[in-house]
Design a protein around this ligand. Structure first.
Ligand code: FES
Length: 99
């Protein structure tokens, strides 16, 4: 029997510590996928400036269509992300931020 590897059209985003996970579509902001998955994630401006939605990536990668979302280089280095303007590139784990 031959098996053809199938590539899922979306990634899996694990959220928080309780095992919640949602389908994270690469062509829409992570925040939208969270909401579609029933996750009550904070948001306000939805354009990468207010930082209400800030979270921390425990694993995985995102990309931004903005050159510089409202995060400092240090915050980015620590894994902070703004899900309203972050697009998933891999499966990922997102934690709420204590900032
Ligand atoms: S909702 Fe304002 S930065 Fe994400």
């Amino acid at each position: 029997m031959s098996s053809t590897p199938t590539v899922a059209p979306f990634f899996i985003a694990k959220v928080g510590d309780d095992g919640t996970q949602v389908d994270a579509w690469p062509d829409q902001p992570l925040l939208v996928s969270l909401e579609q998955g029933g996750v009550d994630w904070p948001s306000s401006c939805r354009n990468g400036t207010c930082r209400t939605c800030i979270g921390v990536l425990a694993s995985g990668q995102v990309r931004y269509e903005l050159d510089w979302p409202g995060l400092s280089a240090e915050e980015k280095a620590e894994g902070c992300v703004l899900p309203c303007v972050a697009y998933p590139e891999t499966d990922l784990e997102l934690q709420t931020s204590s900032i």
